[in-house]
Structure formats: structure tokens, C-alpha cells
Write a protein that binds this ligand. Structure first.
Ligand SMILES: [Zn+2]
Length: 212
């Protein structure tokens, strides 16, 4: 009998990790061999074994690359974990910094055309509907990511009033949450990282599938 999508997904997890500063660096280090990494199963705690690799595509600002994604396997509960480099999320073909650059420009009021032409070269350009999809998804995840960052700031001793920075507390629009998220990110993220975008830095820390 065919397994349901739910049971297939629950057997496969993704973990986002930092494996170097760029796609090129990742390929240089792990193009041929798996990273030496010790992880325990998030479900049962058993140590995970290497479990081969598969190839997937990633589109950067300039080109489409095929990169290996290494997998780990839990011999105890049978779950497989894919190790994604921090410039990828499970659901997007484009590198995280390309999506982030597009969203930041859209938030600043760039037209769709301006967003597309300033974030990719013509050979790998995406469509208007792709930006709309990224934007919708970002609006959906912004509030949970904002709250998670606020929690981290508070638990690390930040004593300002974080809600005070929320742009409009009366009749808030979804885009207000994006502006609040940007302000929280600015408080939480070390300044030098801003040049490369912060999604790649935040995603390995964020819990669950709420990746940016
Ligand atoms: Zn397990």
C-alpha cells in the first residue's frame, strides 16, 4: 500500500548547518566527501550514521549549481536527516541570500522588475510569481521568527521594551511585522553579518521548519 505523504515526511528531516561561507566553499570542502559530523537523533537520541547523499540544485545570483546533500540515518527509529548548508532551505531552489535580497528590496518599495533585475543575472532570473510566493511565505513566518528573536534577546538580558519598537500597535498590518522583524534582527545579529544577509546565519538557529 502506498504510504501517505505525512508518513514519508515524518521519516525525513532537514537540519541546516554552517558548512562554509559560500556555495563555492561548500563544493570545495564537501563536493566529494561527507562532512565529519556527529549528531544525535532528535527523536530518540541515538547517534546518527552516514547514509549516502543525493544531488539537488541551488540557484545563486549568477548560476545554477548541482550540489551534494549528505544524509544521516538513525538505526534505531529509521529516520533520515538531510544536512542542508546554511544557504539553503528545504523548500526553495534559490539560495537564501537571493531570496532575502529580493524580500528586502520588495519591502523598500522596489517594483517586481527592479527586484528581479538587481538580485540575479538574466540566465537564472525568476518570475514575478516566485517573488510573490517568497513574500507570502515571509509574511507568514515573520511573526513566529520575530517572537523567537524577542525571546532570545530577553533571555540574554536585553532590558528595552521590544514591543515599543513595533511600528503600529493600532490596526497592525502584516507588513508592520516585517518591519518589526528587521528591527529585532538588527538588535540580535552581529553587524558584520548584515552585508551577507542574515537568513543564512539565523536559519541554523531557528527551531522547526520556520526558516527564513
Ligand atoms: Zn532515532
Amino acid at each position: 500500500m502506498a504510504r501517505s505523504i505525512g508518513s514519508i515526511l515524518s521519516k525525513h528531516m532537514s537540519k541546516i548547518l554552517h558548512f562554509g561561507r559560500s556555495c563555492k566553499a561548500y563544493l570545495r570542502m564537501y563536493g566529494e566527501r561527507a562532512p565529519e559530523i556527529k549528531l544525535c537523533c532528535e527523536t530518540c537520541g541515538h547517534s546518527l550514521h552516514k547514509h549516502g547523499r543525493y544531488y539537488r540544485s541551488v540557484t545563486t545570483k549568477y548560476r545554477l549549481e548541482q550540489i551534494p546533500i549528505y544524509r544521516l540515518y538513525c538505526p534505531d527509529c529509521g529516520k533520515t536527516t538531510s544536512l542542508l548548508p546554511d544557504f539553503l532551505v528545504p523548500w526553495a531552489r534559490f539560495a537564501t541570500w537571493v531570496r532575502e535580497a529580493a524580500i528586502t528590496r520588495k519591502l523598500r518599495g522596489f517594483s517586481y522588475r527592479q527586484v528581479r533585475t538587481t538580485t540575479t543575472v538574466p540566465a537564472v532570473r525568476y518570475s514575478h510569481s516566485t517573488i510573490k510566493r517568497w513574500w507570502r511565505r515571509h509574511l507568514q513566518t515573520a511573526s513566529s521568527v520575530s517572537l523567537w528573536i524577542a525571546e532570545q534577546l530577553i533571555s540574554s538580558g536585553f532590558d528595552g521594551d521590544l514591543l515599543q519598537t513595533y511600528p503600529s500597535r493600532v490596526a497592525a498590518k502584516p507588513v508592520d511585522t516585517l518591519i518589526w522583524l528587521q528591527q529585532l534582527v538588527a538588535l540580535y545579529t552581529p553587524a558584520p553579518l548584515w552585508r551577507q544577509g542574515v537568513g543564512s546565519w539565523l536559519n541554523p538557529q531557528l527551531p522547526g521548519p520556520g526558516f527564513l
